[in-house]
Design a binder for this molecule. Structure first.
Ligand code: ADP
Length: 302
């Protein structure tokens, strides 16, 4: 196991931020750590990266205990903390040389050139960090997390505050670098986890409320899935309600409808047969996908 978290409790004074949390992450997995603000995501990540000690329980990274072998763990882990603290007065290259020195890397210069290339910072390498856009600052944060070629990457809200273009770029970068690493990445944005991760761990008020493969969890919700249908002709709500087992109908734009079954049964065949009998032309018919967002809402609003 790359990350093993066993019955971890973390208390800040009398307040418990983590209650008996356990999970593990296998080598090569990209796992999303999802939860509303204040759920305990950053606290858990700080414990895994040796920045904070747990009150109870055990955590190990690649078999090394975070309390007993902190130096070894730090050498195996790349960490991008929340809000990405950087030295704004330093130049990109100067900063990365400094971080390479902290890790006591051999061939510092070569490694810095390599990592600047890997995260796409070439055009900005001579700038001061403070002069960079938020997306490029995030690349510098990722470069410092990756410079010592760690086996495990811990990314705390890596895309928060980015504009849509920067977001896509950083997501793609994480996907690319994540191919050869174990990644645990926190977010409170469901689409993000859907876009990058294969598995999701959902935490709410210090408790793990779900730990599943993303596609499994999306189907785990006992949702009454709708069928989205587009007709060539104008049909009315009343006409659609005549289809066997259709209990509810919502308009989704011109000639587009969401049809819901009255007993959760599959209504696709009924829609098709009825349309043929009425001589309506179906342009498309698809099952509405359960969004991870709905699962998240249902699990964290209890
Ligand atoms: P998340 O990252 O999911 O937003 P955090 O791990 O930051 O959640 O916080 C979990 C809980 O612990 C919150 O209630 C937060 O207020 C509390 N907390 C976090 N850091 C501290 C601290 N240094 N002192 C006291 N309480 C803290």
């Amino acid at each position: 196991m790359s990350i093993e978290v066993n019955k971890v409790v973390k208390k800040y004074g009398s307040q418990a931020a983590l209650n008996n949390v356990s999970f593990s992450v296998k080598e090569g997995e990209i796992v999303g750590f999802l939860g509303p603000n204040g759920a305990g995501k950053s606290t858990m990540m700080k414990i895994i990266t040796c920045y904070l000690e747990q009150t109870e329980g055990n955590v190990s990274v690649c078999g090394f205990n975070v309390q007993e072998d902190a130096l070894k763990v730090k050498s195996l882990v790349g960490y991008l903390p929340e809000s990405n603290p950087l030295y704004y007065d330093m130049y990109v290259k100067e900063y990365l040389m400094f971080i390479a020195g902290v890790h006591k890397l051999k061939n510092k210069k070569e490694r810095v050139i390599e990592i600047i290339h890997d995260v796409g910072l070439n055009l900005e390498e001579h700038k001061r960090i403070g002069e960079l856009s938020k997306g490029y600052k995030q690349r510098v944060g990722l470069a410092q997390a990756l410079i010592h070629n760690p086996k495990v990457l811990i990314l705390d809200e890596p895309t928060s505050g980015l504009d849509p273009n920067q977001l896509v770029e950083i997501r793609n970068l994480i996907k690319r670098v994540g191919k050869e690493k174990t990644v645990l990445m926190s977010s409170h944005i469901m689409q993000e986890i859907e876009a990058i991760c294969s598995r999701v761990i959902i935490i709410n008020r210090g408790d793990i409320v779900a730990d599943e493969q993303v596609d499994v969890i999306k189907h785990s919700l006992d949702a009454n899935k709708g069928i989205l249908v587009e007709f060539r002709e104008d049909v009315t709500e009343e006409q659609l309600l005549e289809i066997e087992k259709v209990g509810k109908v919502n308009s989704r734009g011109t000639n587009k409808w969401l049809l819901l079954s009255d007993d959760k049964s599959d209504i696709r065949e009924n829609i098709f047969k009825h349309s043929v009998s009425q001589k309506w032309n179906i342009i498309s018919l698809t099952e509405e996908e359960t969004k991870l967002e709905e699962v998240f809402k249902s699990l964290t609003s209890k």
